[in-house]
Design a protein around this ligand. Structure first.
Ligand code: ADP
Ligand code: MG
Length: 292
């Protein structure tokens, strides 16, 4: 019998599909004879009472969720997401540098420092990556700091804004597709696969702003992990292997029949009737991992 704390914030219960998923975790745990309690920020002093912590609140090194993760980790508890994964996934520059180092198939990417923003460099970037180019600030999520620029003027305009957030930006080849593949990975194994459809006329799957009534753009189409190309799973697993052994949602694009990683997310969304609709065992598998 394991005692599992699920760290949540109030907004995790504001979307009924997410709330249902949270109760699916609770039911899966209790069915297996474990204790499963929701832990809110008022009660984080209770962490030492538990054997494992499962974080569902949004993770960021500046958020309470990180304190929870770090505390659990230092106490030797099993923790998803672990502090290292949170840190790497929060920083696209760090993450892309790891992909480069370990040869993970990825969208062609160059890094741009504040001091290198001049005509020659911009021209070289466009020559290498083509037009438009996609510009990303390292700490983006929910597509907030991901924009494209097709000429030097707009490139300067976007980068100037983003350099207020960070001294280094990632610039990528524009690789539009009708959907992003989303591969759920746990402990080096595929958990589920779905497609995050990109709305017509847009190029970003866009925002799942948890807790806010705003924008839920693309549809989610569960595919099932048995039904997808082996290569897709292979690339997704390779990407996660350079980050850690926890729970991740890998975004990939299909280009000329092969797959490139867009990014690895820790704390991937799990909504009842969406990510779980083909791979029903995801709740049980995550609970098994936490209680192992
Ligand atoms: N180089 C690119 N070319 C085309 N679309 C991209 C590119 N990079 C990201 N996107 C799309 O933009 C969205 C957000 O990008 P992502 O890197 O995942 O940032 P975030 O962390 O903000 O979600 C995704 O839907 C993704 O498919
Ligand atoms: Mg993303």
């Amino acid at each position: 019998m394991s005692k599992i704390a699920c760290f949540v914030e109030k907004y995790n219960f504001s979307d009924p599909r997410e709330e249902a998923a949270l109760y699916n975790f609770k039911n899966a745990a209790e069915k297996a004879g474990h204790q499963f309690n929701f832990l809110f920020r008022e009660n984080i002093a209770e962490i030492p009472k538990y054997n494992a912590v499962f974080i569902r609140a949004t993770t960021d090194p500046l958020f309470t969720a990180y304190i929870v993760s770090k505390t659990a980790w230092e106490l030797g508890l099993k923790v998803v997401d672990d502090p290292e994964s949170i840190k790497i996934c929060a920083n696209k520059i760090h993450q892309y540098a790891l992909f480069e180092k370990y040869n993970v198939p990825r969208i062609p990417t160059v890094f741009l420092s504040k001091d290198d923003l001049h005509h020659k460099q911009i021209k070289e970037i466009f020559d290498t990556l083509g037009k438009p180019a996609v510009i990303k600030a390292p700490y983006t999520s929910f597509s907030r700091y991901v924009e494209k620029a097709a000429c030097e003027t707009s490139f300067r305009d976007v980068t100037k804004r983003f350099f207020k957030k960070s001294d280094v930006l990632a610039i990528q080849k524009f690789t539009p597709t009708a959907f992003d593949w989303r591969v759920g990975v746990l402990n080096n194994d595929t958990l589920y696969v779905c497609k995050y459809m990109i709305p017509k006329g847009k190029w970003k799957h866009g925002a799942k702003l948890r807790g806010k009534p705003t924008v839920v753009w693309g549809r989610t189409v569960a595919v099932g992990k048995q039904k997808v190309p082996e290569r897709l799973k292979e690339v997704a697993l390779k990407a996660c292997s350079v980050i850690g052994k926890g729970l991740y949602g890998v975004d990939l694009k299909e280009v000329d029949g092969d797959f490139v990683v867009v990014e690895v997310n820790d704390n991937p969304s799990i909504y009842a009737g969406y990510e779980d609709s083909k791979d029903k065992d995801i709740y049980q598998r995550i609970i098994n991992y936490l209680s192992d």
